[in-house]
Write a protein that binds this ligand. Structure first.
Ligand code: GSH
Length: 228
């Protein structure tokens, strides 16, 4: 790879928590790249040809070749750009644990958030308790560490932060039934979120909160209208 010209393009969408993962990872590694903003209502031919299976963003295009699915993109970035900081631990067991928790975030937490708030438009029965339980599990995994990755930001931090950010904004925008509970009951996750936000790699990709709130309202309206 050394000495070869490298072209890195990220097909992205400003509010996508998945695209945020790839953007944070690229920024952490200092990889020069171009962001191409997609219109998800009218996807570009490039997106459809680069990700014909899922047709979703993000897609990392590295020297013309597509890398799809955000968690796999972050792993790919870590493997190709081996400079500091490493995102995945070198120890196989620690690597496994980081992957285990990212899988948990993508399967369990996403489904709880979707079924609890996005699909029904309002929190369903037990959704609030289930979501708090998943956050608590992550808080326990964080423990007293500065980041899930230990002293430095790693794979799980990069992967979970955008979800947590989204949930915060959701909580400020619509009736979640959790008002104030997150801050009061998850002090370690709150401290972690603030630490992440202070990093340049994260602060430079944060969406405007009002714009995100408007977007959340729009999605929710669409969901509710579709059910009517
Ligand atoms: N599992 C995928 C999820 C990507 C995803 O759902 N992206 C959304 C934006 S947040 C998207 O492209 N939606 C367009 C569509 O589904 O048509 C990943 O991790 O990359």
């Amino acid at each position: 790879m050394a000495g070869e010209p490298t072209e890195v393009v990220l097909l992205s969408f400003w509010s996508s928590p998945f695209a945020m993962r790839a953007r944070i990872a690229l920024a952490e590694k200092g990889v020069p790249h171009e962001i191409r903003e997609e219109n998800l209502g009218d996807k570009s031919d490039l997106l459809l040809s680069m990700n014909p299976v899922h047709k979703t963003v993000p897609v990392l295009i590295h020297n013309g070749k597509p890398v799809c699915e955000s968690a796999l993109i972050v792993q790919y970035i870590d493997e190709v750009w081996t400079q500091e900081p490493p995102l995945l631990p070198s120890d196989p067991y620690e690597r496994h644990r980081a992957r285990f928790w990212v899988d948990f975030v993508d399967t369990k937490m996403f489904s709880v958030m979707r079924s609890g708030w996005f699909v029904k438009g309002v929190p369903g029965e037990g959704a609030k308790e289930e979501l708090m339980e998943t956050f608590k599990l992550l808080e326990t995994e964080l423990g007293e560490k500065a980041y899930f990755g230990g002293e430095r930001l790693g794979y799980l931090d990069v992967s979970f932060f955008p979800y947590y950010l989204w949930f915060h904004q959701l909580d400020k925008t619509v009736e979640t039934g959790l008002e104030g509970e997150i801050e009061a009951k998850l002090p370690k996750l709150e401290g972690w979120m603030k630490r992440c936000t202070l990093r340049e790699s994260v602060s430079e990709i944060l969406p405007d909160p009002d714009k995100l709130s408007d977007y959340i309202r729009q999605i929710r309206k669409k969901i509710i209208d579709a059910q009517a």
